[in-house]
Ligand binder design. Sequence first.
Ligand code: ADP
Ligand code: ADP
Length: 224
Amino acid sequence: MSILSIRGVSRSFAETVALQATDLEVGENDFVTILGPSGCGKSTLLRIVAGLDRPSEGQILLDGKAVTGPGADRGMVFQSYTLFPWLNVLDNVAFGLRERGIPRRAQIEVAEEFLAKVGLLKFARHYPKQLSGGMQQRTALARALANNPRMLLMDEPFGALDHQTRELMQELLLGIWEREKKTVLFVTHDIDEAIFMGSRVVVMTARPGRIKSDLPSPFPHPRH
Ligand code: ADP
Ligand code: ADP
């Protein structure tokens, strides 16, 4: 039973066809990695699923309902962290909760719960620029999780991190995925990362991007 259906989705920008006739079915608790060369439309696909962009053709269904914009059911994590520099770590994580009108006391409780899960409770009152790259990305992950999304949409989330931090983040994410029963769409251009992180690896062709293969990972992480 799929929770996400991507049906005949294409996206063009003026003369550029970024994504062509893409179909993908994603089931509950799947961990799908999307692998492809730079510029093949991976970010475009993820942004369309997030509701941050619209397809030129085709549609996205979440639980059978058409996606028309962003929603708390999908949490997005970008390579560049995209934290709000004027908010401390706690308020970055609480941002979506505040937007939804959750009372302040509950915002703090939930934000602290997720900061503890990513090991950053002690840094709740720090500002993003006081943190290392790995810590900023853990904050972004806590922010995405705090809205209790069913899906995590991750766009090269560990691409800017050094090797050692990247491995720690991969373990952290797989633990969260397993415990919290999230469905993950994870974009990367790193073959090793795609095979290790995903239970299923979707390979895209160079521009215009379309799906070339969609297979179980040959060497998945033991948590799969
Ligand atoms: P990837 O994430 O695989 O590197 P993208 O989805 O970012 O690829 O981009 C796919 C193609 O679409 C690229 O050629 C890119 O230049 C183009 N593109 C993406 N977004 C826009 C935009 N907002 N305006 C014009 N062209 C874009
Ligand atoms: P980077 O992306 O810069 O490698 P890390 O997440 O590995 O970032 O953190 C770098 C340093 O920040 C660590 O060596 C440690 O000193 C400090 N640090 C990170 N997380 C914590 C934590 N939960 N508690 C205390 N110190 C931490």
